[in-house]
Design a protein. Sequence first.
Length: 116
Amino acid sequence: VQLVESGGGLVQPGGSLRLSCAASGFSFSTYYMTWVRRAPGKGLEWVGDIDSGGGRTNYADSVKGRFTISRDNAKNTVYLQMSSLKPEDTAVYYCNTRDVLGTEYWGQGTQVTVSS
């Protein structure tokens, strides 16, 4: 199983970014996918998730209405579209999934910095 995030960077407050997570080594289209972040000096924060078919998403209150998770099962990729970014969104963003045995898989993360 391999998860590779990309798309992070430096953005001004109010700006937008789209993160991608390319998956391989498992049946991507049958797995829930999750985005999690870790802000500097803080613990992991669940951002949101998407079901295997892409028809159902859930979001943390802190990002609801600003972030959108989607997926393209043909490309084995899940996305996190972030808009109206705030300095408090600064974090390393990870995609994550869990198999039927409960084993979790993580990408290496991608840094998002929101600053003027």
